[in-house]
Design a protein around this ligand. Structure first.
Ligand code: ADP
Ligand code: MG
Length: 365
């Protein structure tokens, strides 16, 4: 991986010092940042012509594809298999949740946790920042974490408790978590655009965005701005997915729920942000409270069977419910909870669109 990172952006065909400076002014300083950019984004933010922007992204992607860091447009199943073999899974410290995830949170993918306020999304994020630091042999990713905090809910004290609970050295765990506090949607867009350098310099193996939608949801109100908001979220999601693939890292995003008036039975909530977030997340897990426990439901996955399972949040982080306590279900069976949540999530394209458009009018979590 390192050779691709060592290629100077100015070595790409068509990039002179002026273009290089322009790219850097927009936070794009590595080939990887450029390869993960979208043409529109470069045109809008850097005043490049559409042709130049297109060529730049194309050349950066070509270089990465030639060197095997990015999937080629046409690859053999064997190549895909080799690539997937490099994929790592990060434990959640809960056997139940690891079971639901077929081993843990995957690298090369974006995993989305959505649920109501207090359902445990931020707790899982804290937990994973600690777990990711374990060596690969112990179920971690052997690397550091980048926590992009848009709701000001990151708490180092929680990290300390969780690290202590797992017998890890608190100071070192804390110093390996890089926290970016984000206060507005353009700041979030900027950090996501310029993430390549941060990831490399800080040996990041896990990126967290908690939450993906709160700032955009608060800033883009009203019907007229909804499509602009969706476009911006789309660029962020696209970028996160690319980064996960290129660096072989895990990306976790959290999402809020919106009331879903078209659901007549089951759980009347679904993920906010409409199709844009759902389609770009490789895995979507719905969280909800279940008495003292939390229920996690696999809503969408290209390879996991649908199912649900229970876990608990304790001082030491995420773990399994005590034996005999609560209604524990096997992670691999389709239960009614899973299917009702799924039907709320997978409404027909027509109703989905209608409810996306009316989202700003409905309640948020
Ligand atoms: P959200 O889904 O809104 O991000 P959180 O992940 O912040 O929700 O979950 C908050 C919940 O986590 C609290 O209501 C509490 O039940 C639980 N929790 C937080 N800290 C602790 C702790 N130290 N010990 C046990 N449970 C905790
Ligand atoms: Mg939260």
């Amino acid at each position: 991986m390192s050779e691709a990172m060592e290629v100077d952006i100015a070595d790409l065909p068509g990039v002179g010092p002026a273009t290089k400076a322009k790219l850097e002014s927009g936070g794009i300083s590595t080939i990887l940042d450029l390869a993960a950019a979208t043409t529109n984004e470069l045109v809008d933010n850097l005043n490049l012509t559409e042709e130049t922007a297109h060529n730049l992204v194309f050349e950066a992607q070509k270089l990465l594809k030639d060197r095997g860091y990015l999937e080629k447009d046409l690859v053999s199943a064997q190549e895909l298999f080799t690539r997937r073999a490099k994929m790592l899974r990060c434990t959640t410290f809960s056997k139940n949740l690891d079971g639901l995830l077929a081993g843990g949170i995957e690298t090369q993918s974006v995993t989305e946790f959505y649920g109501e306020f207090g359902s445990g999304k931020t707790q899982i994020c804290h937990n994973e920042c600690v777990a990711a630091q374990l060596p690969v042999e112990q179920g971690g990713l052997g690397g550091n974490a980048l926590y992009i905090d848009t709701e000001s809910t990151f708490r180092p004290e929680r990290i300390a408790q969780i690290a202590k609970g797992h017998g890890m050295e608190v100071e070192s765990v804390l110093s390996n978590i890089h926290v970016a506090k984000i206060y507005n949607s353009s700041h979030l867009e900027l950090i996501v655009r310029a993430m390549g350098g941060l990831i490399q310099q800080n040996h990041i193996k896990l990126v967290i965005v908690d939450s993906i939608i709160s700032l955009h949801r608060a800033e883009f109100l009203g019907r007229g701005t909804l499509s602009e908001r969706q476009q911006k979220l789309n660029a962020i999601m696209h970028r996160l997915k690319r980064v996960a693939e290129i660096f072989n890292i895990a990306v976790i995003i959290t999402n809020q729920v919106q009331a879903s008036p078209d659901t007549f039975f089951g759980d009347p909530t679904k993920a906010a942000g409409g199709n844009i977030i759902g389609h770009a997340s490789t895995y979507r897990i719905y969280l909800r409270k279940a008495g003292q426990e939390r229920k996690a439901i696999m809503i969408d996955s290209p390879m996991h069977p649908y199912g649900d399972t229970n876990f608990v949040v304790t001082e030491g982080g995420i773990t399994d419910p005590a034996e005999g306590g609560g209604s524990k279900k096997s992670a691999n069976t389709t239960s009614s909870a899973a299917s009702s949540a799924r039907s709320a999530s997978k409404s027909s394209p027509k109703t989905q669109k209608a409810s996306e458009e009316s989202e700003e009018a409905t309640t948020s979590s």
